[in-house]
Design a protein around this ligand. Structure first.
Ligand code: GDP
Ligand code: CA
Length: 306
């Protein structure tokens, strides 16, 4: 079994590569829920949904999130009332959040609902939220204001400088059932090319998860989300700089050195192997921008062979 520590888009692409190399039933994704929020009374789990839709071949290829062929009539109707339309929820996507919320009201846990939704989309992969408890990624701006992750990411389009990030509720949370056993028993653990500070760190903040991964360091491989000093998308590079890290593969190595033995980097960063070694990790270079299923498959193979 292969365990994958997962955020959203970067992790979804990695998992789509991995399932071409190993059976879907051999994969367990342990997924960030720090981005989750309640809006319109509905519980929304953006990273879980991004992975589900991607693996179901139903994701919007332009955005990497949401459903393809989506319509927006509910949002248009909401606009009439002056409702909250800053976080776009498509008509079909809304059904996922409605179902999840209803199941919560019936007493189901997030892990149970996530498994039900994955099954309904025909997936054989184990999709596991990092915790069933509420953990909220909170972002403090240099102005001193603290805002929710989606306020930062979506409403302010991650264009405001950040001074710190915290995961509210993490200390009191517990990993969802099976997470620690999965990490202990996995043949290999892959840290997906997700944002280290707001996608991977919240997973590690759930008590027990970081230590469990560190105990498996020899079998852990991380794939860098940073290529040539930049994120492919989103604020990972800026956040690294703003929070005192280096936006480079060696900066990523410094963050992951206690967790993973090997860092998979892009060929363009191959000249940084010595800096990565100095930071305490081995490195392997590969083509790492997963713009085709074939490239994602090759990257997955490299990660598993590392
Ligand atoms: P989000 O939760 O949807 O924002 O996504 P993640 O945290 O999973 O991923 C965002 C990160 O994924 C960004 O830093 C990107 O650079 C990285 N990423 C996205 N696609 C790829 C890819 O094809 N290859 C690599 N190496 N990184 C990627
Ligand atoms: Ca996310």
């Amino acid at each position: 079994m292969i365990a994958v520590i997962a955020g959203g888009v970067g992790a979804a692409r990695m998992l789509a590569g991995l399932r071409q190399v190993v059976a879907e039933s051999e994969l367990t994704a342990i997924i960030n829920t720090g981005d989750d929020m309640v809006l319109h009374g509905l519980h929304i789990s953006p990273d879980i949904d991004t992975i589900t839709y991607t693996l179901a071949d139903a994701v919007n290829p332009e955005t990497g999130w949401g459903l393809k062929g989506e319509t927006w009539q509910a949002m248009e109707s909401l606009e009439r009332y002056g409702g909250q339309t800053w976080f776009s929820l498509g008509d079909r996507d809304l059904a996922t959040h409605m179902y999840r919320t209803q199941r919560f009201s019936e007493g189901a846990t997030l892990a149970e609902v996530t498994a039900e939704v994955a099954l309904a989309w025909g997936l054989d992969i184990s999709m596991v939220p990092m915790t069933n408890d509420r953990v909220e990624t909170m972002v403090t701006l240099t102005s001193g204001e603290e805002i929710s992750f989606q306020d930062y990411f979506v409403a302010r389009q991650h264009s405001v400088p950040v001074s710190s990030v915290r995961f509210a509720g993490a200390e009191a949370s517990t990993p969802s059932p099976g997470v620690l056993d999965t990490i202990e028993g996995a043949d290999k653990i892959v840290i997906a090319p997700s944002n280290p500070l707001v996608s991977i760190d919240p997973v590690l903040a759930v008590p027990g998860i970081r230590a469990a991964i560190e105990a498996r360091r020899g079998d852990v491989v991380a794939v860098s989300p940073i290529i040539a000093g930049a994120a492919l998308k989103g604020p990972a590079d800026r956040l690294l700089n703003e929070l005192g890290h280096e936006a480079s593969v060696s900066g990523v190595a410094q963050l992951y050195r206690d967790l993973a033995r090997v860092l998979v980097i892009d060929h363009v960063d191959a000249d940084q192997a010595a800096a990565i070694a100095a930071a305490g990790m081995e490195s392997v270079a590969a083509e790492s921008i997963m713009k085709t299923p074939e490239i994602a498959k090759q990257l997955a193979q490299v990660a598993l062979d590392a």
